[in-house]
Design a protein around this ligand. Structure first.
Ligand SMILES: [Zn+2]
Length: 121
């Protein structure tokens, strides 16, 4: 991977990290709102799920994995700095750019990953 590509992924990962951090702040705001308004907020959220599916899925993902996601993204940034980004931890081969586009924090190439955890990307 060349320097230009590394820079591009670095920007992408920093953006993703910002998104995670922003969504955490958003969750805290929602939490406060829920506490002050009682059960009505809960039913509203359920009713709203169909219209804003992507956003809900994303917040769910961030809520359940937020610690891991942040760690993974910080990890990926470190790997960019020490030039090990894009190299598979297990076999040492290059991880495909296409895969990194989809999962910038990927540590394993698709072959090693699919061998290890079939149900995940
Ligand atoms: Zn591999």
């Amino acid at each position: 991977m060349n320097q230009k590509e590394l820079e591009r992924f670095k920007e992408k990962i920093i953006k993703m990290r910002d998104e995670v951090l922003n969504s955490k702040q958003e969750d805290r705001r929602k939490e406060t709102y829920r506490e002050t308004s009682g059960d009505h907020t809960y039913s509203y959220h359920i009713a709203d799920q169909g219209s804003d599916c992507m956003e809900n899925e994303k917040s769910f993902l961030f809520a359940s994995l937020e610690g891991n996601v942040l760690d993974d993204l910080n990890d990926a940034l470190m790997r960019i700095d020490n030039k090990t980004f894009g190299t598979c931890f297990m076999c040492g081969k290059d991880i495909s750019i296409k895969r990194l586009e989809a999962v910038p924090s990927a540590k394993l190439c698709i072959d090693c990953k699919s061998g290890e955890e079939k149900e995940q990307i």
